[in-house]
Design a protein around this ligand. Structure first.
Ligand code: NIG
Ligand code: FE
Length: 400
């Protein structure tokens, strides 16, 4: 298949930008990180991209798709979501918008509902949110456990998630389970022992909510280290609600990603800049909790690799829309439109340590979107408008 008549193609291949050095670092100085090609075509064979370039030079193939002078970009890589849950938290959101602050305690409401749900109910919920995300252009997603908090409920969440994605994260350490409220050390022992034994076979990643009211730095280190010993790679919910040890712990353990990064000291920023740990920003959470925005500009100017994801969950960020997050990041976090699009595609791939998604270059998966717009800038320029017109995943058209 060849998709031709593409006004603007986002490859995320920096070597394609004329006159620019091969570099993954970019600031506000004007150069696009997106590896743009004008009047472009993409050739797909099986599930992979085999060629990208100017339309006039595209190899001939039978199956032609006319993009109609629109923009094409890699499918979004949503590297942070919590989609295995039951129930919702409408009332909590409603109360919060009337002035009550957000706290980690609301997680318990979802834990109760999730434990009470059948496998079929949880999977139906998961499938619904995945379909919703796919329509909005997400072709790779990570998702976590963390609303079970018993060995059985956590391992069942991961089993269900693993039917739908390879990027499955064990978050038994989301909060201390209510049964262990008086014995947090006992809960850490459970998570690093029996629960990890049951969960490790179903997951690729291990995550901890490192925050006041959840797990402190020493507990988080013990949990992530135990996970690593069982072959899971660390990622961390870090510095979301307050300053704390999460980001530096993530760097210390070579975590793929430190997520949220809302409250950062200069030392936190320096640690990220000197590491290969990605800062994953989740503006849906600040939007839905009316919290202070993370400062993407500060991170980018320091040379940190930034990813943008939804954090889709019923408590702090109930959106599955990456385009919405791109618009917020541009409006309120100091990102240029091109930087935000890079972070939601190539950045997400970095946060999952993947090089087969998040770019449209030969060898990558043919996961791509046609936008109802001539340029990816429109994702921020036309907020709230459903611009994703068609989606290919693994070389097959899946939407509409
Ligand atoms: O990423 N921070 C911890 N976990 C979620 C919130 C989960 C919830 O409130 O249910 C988050 O924001
Ligand atoms: Fe989260």
């Amino acid at each position: 298949t060849v998709i031709s008549n593409i006004a603007t193609l986002v490859t995320n291949d920096p070597s394609l930008e004329p006159g620019s050095p091969r570099s993954s670092k970019f600031g506000s100085g004007g150069r696009s990180p997106l590896g743009l090609v004008r009047d472009a075509a993409v050739v797909i064979e099986g599930d992979r991209v085999v060629w990208t370039g100017e339309s006039s030079k595209a190899p001939a193939t039978d199956n032609r798709v006319d993009a109609g002078g629109r923009a094409v970009l890699p499918g979004f890589v949503d590297s942070h979501s919590h989609l295995v849950f039951a129930g919702d938290r409408t009332e909590e959101f409603n109360a919060r918008m009337s002035g009550r602050p957000y706290s980690a305690g609301g997680i318990r409401t979802t834990v109760t509902a999730t434990r009470a749900a059948t496998d079929a109910e949880l999977e139906a919920n998961l499938t619904r949110f995945l379909a919703e995300a796919l329509r909005q252009g997400t072709t790779t997603f990570e998702t976590k456990s963390g609303y079970g908090l018993t060995t059985e409920d956590e391992s069942r969440a991961l089993r269900l998630a693993a039917r739908h994605t390879d990027e499955v994260t064990f978050l038994g350490a989301h909060i201390v389970a209510p049964e262990y409220a008086e014995d947090p050390a006992g809960y850490v022992a459970l998570v690093t022992g029996e629960m990890l034994d049951a969960c490790a076979p179903h997951a690729r990643w291990i995550d901890v909510f490192c925050e006041k009211g959840a797990f402190d730095g020493d507990q988080a280190r013990a949990i992530l280290t135990a996970g690593r010993a069982r072959g899971l790679h660390p990622r961390v919910h870090a510095n979301q609600l307050s300053y704390g040890p999460g980001v530096q712990l993530a760097v210390e353990l070579d975590a793929a990603s430190a997520d949220h990064c809302t409250h950062l000291t200069d030392a936190d920023v320096d640690a990220l800049a000197g590491s290969r740990t990605v800062a994953t920003l989740l503006p849906g959470a600040e939007f839905s909790t009316r919290a202070e925005w993370p400062d993407a500009r500060r991170l980018l100017d320091a040379g940190v690799t930034v990813a943008l994801s939804t954090d889709c969950n019923p408590g702090s960020s109930f959106t599955s829309s990456v385009p919405f997050c791109i618009a917020l990041a541009v409006r309120d976090m100091g990102m240029t439109p091109d930087e935000a699009v890079w972070s939601a595609t190539a950045g997400g791939a970095r946060a999952l340590r993947r090089d087969d998604v998040g770019r449209l270059t030969p060898g990558a998966y043919a996961d791509l979107l046609i936008l109802d717009a001539p340029s990816p800038v429109h994702l921020a320029y036309r907020p709230g408008v459903p611009l994703v017109r068609a989606v290919w995943r693994r070389g097959r058209r899946v939407e509409p």
